[in-house]
Ligand binder design. Structure first.
Ligand SMILES: CC(C)(COP(=O)(O)OP(=O)(O)OC[C@H]1O[C@@H](n2cnc3c(N)ncnc32)[C@H](O)[C@@H]1OP(=O)(O)O)[C@@H](O)C(=O)NCCC(=O)NCCS
Length: 155
């Protein structure tokens, strides 16, 4: 698999792609400013994207990650997430955070890469979106907060 991952200006973020991960365009646009956008391309075609926002004290939050439906389950999401984890490790970040639903393959996707559950944001999806959100026919109510903590470097 040949995948090129690069940082792009937030104003050029592929909104249609990011909508796969977050159904609210308003929310995406609100967190894009102040965030860093990365795209993953294969043979010149953008197949994946993610948005990361600084959270203070060396923490960064993965706000969104998505792969084009036609290219899902091909390893691109894993490659992009691994790249992001390494990028922020090398930048000296203290931890990478993410919020996701309480069930579904996305939860395994993050935990496989070392993310651990830190808290539950009860009713996040009903309080923050105008329409109910369903995944596999089940309504999403609560958001699980996860974090991958980077070991601190000993001087
Ligand atoms: C989550 C996402 C970025 C993963 O990207 P990907 O390129 O499909 O991921 P990979 O091919 O590396 O596969 C990672 C794992 O997810 C699984 N997976 C990916 N898409 C899946 C789907 N639609 N249904 C079930 N499992 C899926 C893969 O089978 C794989 O699991 P395995 O290692 O046990 O086989 C991508 O599926 C996506 O864009 N989903 C929609 C948006 C989304 O939910 N984003 C996350 C918001 S929290």
């Amino acid at each position: 698999m040949s995948l090129v991952i690069q940082e792009i200006p937030a104003r050029d973020a592929p909104i249609e792609l990011l909508l796969l991960a977050d159904p609210s365009e308003d929310k995406i646009r609100s967190y894009l400013s102040g965030s860093t956008c990365f795209i993953a391309s294969s043979n010149g075609t953008v197949v994946g994207a993610c948005v990361v926002q600084p959270r203070g004290s060396g923490a960064h939050e993965l706000m969104s990650i998505a792969v084009q439906p036609a290219h899902q389950k091909s390893g691109y999401g894993t490659a992009l997430l691994k790249w992001i984890v390494e990028f922020f490790r090398k930048s000296g970040a203290s931890q990478l955070e993410v919020g996701t639903g309480t069930f579904g393959y996305q939860l395994a996707f993050y935990q496989r890469h070392g993310f651990r559950v830190t808290s539950i944001d009860h009713d996040f999806f009903v309080n923050n979106y105008p329409e109910p959100i369903f995944e596999d026919g089940i309504q999403l109510f609560d958001m699980l907060r996860l974090a991958l903590k980077y070991p601190s470097k000993v001087a």
